[in-house]
Design a protein around this ligand. Structure first.
Ligand code: FE2
Ligand code: FE2
Length: 196
């Protein structure tokens, strides 16, 4: 089991989330595909925003490729259940989380990397819950696999943040942003989403 504290999360997922997610698993799966695609897109957008940060480029490129492979795996899981990928109203979680990112550089880069680390951490925690809760063995195996990857992505974003701002700044700012992340989740509307 992936513990919230290991992932730098300020609060664990409440006990009501998993039963709600399992009761609406098709909707969760579609949202999950969107999340993987968005994770790739964010990594690519950072490649464009920070071309002069050489330490970021190979790591972000690798992350983007890996998230697109995850996207393809979740699409395959959708197909296996007879579901189609479709548009969905996103959870306000990511946009709300990003509101805490300070607007001016270099703070903006540090905060963005830490926000991404927290999104990866929350994904990891929730995929671990799903892995332990779904009846479908193939789906449980996919979730277990992705838990490993998202935990690694959490570390990768933290390492990038430490590289640009130093370990002390990361520790201090991560505490603030992790509290914000938990507050965003606590007031998120009840939706069948990975981050709601
Ligand atoms: Fe992923
Ligand atoms: Fe990820």
């Amino acid at each position: 089991m992936m513990r919230a504290a290991m992932l730098d999360l300020a609060a664990p997922t409440d006990s009501g989330w998993l039963p709600r997610a399992l009761a609406d698993l098709d909707e969760i799966l579609v949202d999950h595909a969107h999340c993987e695609k968005k994770a790739a897109s964010t990594a690519v957008s950072l490649l464009f925003r920070y071309p002069d940060e050489p330490a970021l480029l190979p790591a972000l490129s690798a992350l983007a490729r890996e998230e697109l492979r995850h996207f393809e795996r979740v699409l395959a899981a959708l197909r296996a259940r007879g579901l189609r990928f479709r548009r969905q109203v996103p959870s306000p979680y990511a946009a709300e989380l990003m509101r805490a990112v300070r607007p001016d550089e270099p703070a903006r880069l540090l905060d963005t990397l830490l926000a991404m680390a927290l999104i990866e951490a929350r994904s990891c925690e929730r995929l671990a819950l799903l892995a332990g809760g779904v009846a479908d063995d193939a789906l449980a195996a996919l979730y277990r696999d992705l838990v490993e990857s998202e935990a690694r992505h959490h570390r990768a974003y933290l390492d990038l943040a430490a590289g640009v701002a130093g370990a002390a700044a990361v520790r201090e700012r991560l505490r603030v942003l992790a509290r914000h992340e938990a507050e965003v989740l606590a007031r998120a509307p009840a939706m069948s989403r990975l981050h709601a």
